[in-house]
Design a protein around this ligand. Structure first.
Ligand code: COS
Length: 386
């Protein structure tokens, strides 16, 4: 087993860290305060190649492997989860779905525009009444001459107000249950498509979150991604990549918590000495260090399996479950180390705490990850009545 990164991976990680510190960190607090979806910064992420890191070069991507992509996502996540969400959605949910399921024409049409940041994409799976039970789509696609008419609603869609292309999952034949689902590549400028910003989020204020409405949106046959009936598989395979990227972003939050807490504890004095010299403070820091290491190792393992082309759904769920829960715990502990100072946004740990909370919810709750892991361990699907 080799835990060493290659020279190229080390270089990519250093470059991502410099970029994150130079470009993302200085804007993160103001973007959060102003709930500003920073398109200028997203253009810089795109110019770095961070919106299509794992896409082949022939489609405008950076041609990197999953492990290296995870290193980039970690650094972006340490700097700002709102920007990390942009990278995850664009790369893992949208681009990787088109790469895996798209026709050559679809790949050539969409991937270069998405990798370059000319277009943003969004992933329309969740609905007002459809969350964990992803197969139970209420959105309907009906046959029309030479195409489809799609009607329904989508909820909690990252980048939904800015996306030019939306992956929309819809049921074509309710009698077929999950085998009736199809994924459509929908131009968001089509008549009948509208989006609305969701306000009042606890965190990710610098991220764009929308509800979508589709009112008889007409799309041609060649807008189907994969085959009609493949929709559920498209969604699950996208989540295999998306959950990995959420895990990597959470490793970044854990790492940020360690770094900020250590720096603060060495500087802050109480009882005539730095609080870092107190055993109870060191215990909190040690817990965060261990959680960070464990989250990173699990994420790297999932990345390694993806790069080797081996099955990795369970290992990805393990990484996502552990890293997100660890990041929630680390953000909480980091505030404890900072005391009252951690309760205001002068220190990034306050934002970490708010931003991280959604990670155990989106792309599959912790409970869903446990059911996937539990099913793999026992061979019993807890979602099916026994
Ligand atoms: N990649 C490709 N195909 C997959 C897959 C994967 N990772 N996982 C499952 N499939 C396929 C299966 O092979 C099966 O195919 P067949 O129809 O040919 O038999 C089909 O999908 C159904 O698989 P399964 O029975 O395992 O699906 P379940 O209905 O049991 O899945 C869970 C249940 C909970 C795992 C699923 O609904 C889920 O992940 N829900 C959470 C959704 C979510 O994360 N939403 C958040 C979105 S925020 S972007």
């Amino acid at each position: 087993m080799d835990f060493d990164l290659s020279d190229e991976q080390k270089l990519v990680r250093e470059t991502a860290r410099d970029f994150a510190n130079g470009e993302i960190v200085p804007r993160a607090r103001e973007n959060d305060r102003n709930a500003h979806f920073d398109l200028e910064l997203i253009a810089k992420l795109a110019a770095q190649g961070y919106l299509g890191a794992i896409m082949p070069r022939e489609y405008g991507g950076a041609g990197l492997d999953y492990l290296t992509y995870g290193l980039i996502v970690e650094e972006v996540g340490r700097a700002c989860s709102a920007m990390r969400t942009v990278v995850s959605v664009q790369t893992s949910l949208v681009c990787s779905s088109i790469l895996r399921w798209g026709t050559e024409q679809q790949k050539q049409h969409y991937l270069p525009k998405l990798c370059s940041g000319e277009w943003l994409g969004c992933f329309g799976l969740t609905e007002p009444d459809t969350g964990s039970d992803a197969a139970n789509q209420r959105t309907r696609a009906k046959r029309r001459d030479g195409g489809w008419s799609i009607s329904g609603q989508k909820m909690w869609i990252s980048m939904g107000n800015h996306a030019r292309v939306a992956l929309i999952f819809a049921q074509t034949d309710p009698a077929l249950a999950h085998r009736g689902l199809a994924c459509f590549l929908v131009d968001t400028e089509h008549p009948g498509f509208s989006s609305q910003e969701i306000h009042g989020k606890m965190g990710l204020h610098g991220s764009d979150t929308a509800s979508l409405a589709l009112d008889e949106v007409e799309v041609p046959d060649d807008a189907v991604l994969g085959n009609v009936g493949d929709g559920f598989k498209v969604a699950m395979s996208a989540l295999d990549s998306g959950r990995y990227s959420v895990a990597a972003g959470c490793v970044g939050i854990c790492q940020g918590c360690v770094e900020h807490s250590t720096a603060y504890a060495r500087e802050r004095e109480q009882f005539g000495r730095p609080i870092a010299s107190f055993q109870l403070v060191q215990a909190m820091i040690a817990e965060m260090v261990v959680q960070t290491d464990a989250a990173r190792m699990l994420t790297w393992r999932a990345g390694f399996l993806k790069d080797a082309g081996r099955p990795n759904t369970t290992e990805t769920s393990i990484a996502k479950l552990y890293a997100t829960e660890a990041a929630v715990a680390c953000a909480n502990t980091a505030i404890q180390v900072h005391g009252g100072s951690g309760y205001v946004d002068d220190h990034p740990v306050e934002r970490y705490f708010r931003d991280v909370r959604v990670t155990t919810l989106y792309e599959g709750t912790s409970q869903i990850q446990k059911l996937i892991i539990g099913r793999a361990a026992t061979g019993i699907n807890a979602l099916v009545p026994q």
